[in-house]
Design a protein around this ligand. Structure first.
Ligand SMILES: Cc1cc2nc3c(=O)[nH]c(=O)nc-3n(C[C@H](O)[C@H](O)[C@H](O)COP(=O)(O)O)c2cc1C
Length: 193
């Protein structure tokens, strides 16, 4: 069975480089045989994570929807902007809300647990957002996912994609292909167990 992989860009900005990266990642994952779903967090608006809000009204419906979608996958590919060398609030807030889910109805439910995760970043800067991925990696390990070693970062992103949305730089494209291949092989191996 083809591994199911969810691709999530951590930006809702119009013209987002990480949305473009997520599109390139999705094409590559599909080319390598994955069953790909790409979403936009714009379709899942969430309040700032708040334990009082959770106590009063439970997990927001959009966080539950995301949690169910994540749990239905073998892997997740996060395309992460870098804000002040770290994780942007849109992405962190989503990760935090989903991490607060512990049941779905009466059933114990931990959407992040056991998912394989690959990381990518895009920035117009020379450092390509790679410093932020260190923090994203740490957060994702904390919520119980298995973050793969391979990752992919695109610097100079405003000129980084051609008219067809492909990454122009061969080395970066090769890094993206290797990251996708590693994520798929982890998912396939897990399904065989
Ligand atoms: C608050 C803030 C902090 C930022 N800090 C960094 C940074 O540390 N490194 C970097 O490369 N870009 C930084 N940027 C620029 C983002 O990389 C840039 O806005 C990028 O386009 C965001 O990703 P997106 O195109 O997917 O929306 C920052 C942007 C904002 C709004």
């Amino acid at each position: 069975m083809n591994p199911k992989i969810l691709v999530i860009p951590g930006s809702n900005r119009s013209g987002s480089f990480n949305v473009s990266l997520a599109a390139a990642v999705s094409v590559e994952l599909a080319r390598q045989g994955a069953d790909v779903t790409r979403i936009s967090l714009i379709d899942y608006p969430l309040p700032i994570v708040d334990e009082d809000l959770k106590a009063a009204s439970g997990i927001p419906e959009n966080a539950m929807k995301l949690g169910r979608l994540i749990a239905a996958q073998d892997g997740v590919f996060l395309c992460c902007p870098e804000y002040n060398s770290s994780i942007p609030p849109l992405l962190k807030n989503m990760i935090d809300w989903v991490s607060l889910i512990s049941k779905d109805g009466d059933r114990p439910f931990r959407p992040w647990a056991g998912r394989f995760v690959a990381l990518g970043s895009a920035s117009d800067g020379k450092l390509s957002g790679i410093r932020g991925l260190y923090h994203v990696r740490s957060v994702m390990m904390n919520v119980g996912t298995q973050v793969i070693s391979e990752q992919c970062s695109l610097g100079g992103a405003s000129k980084g994609f051609d008219e067809d949305g492909r990454i122009r730089d061969e080395r970066t494209q090769s890094m993206l292909e290797k990251t996708c291949a590693a994520l798929i092989s982890h998912c396939v191996l897990m399904n065989r167990r």
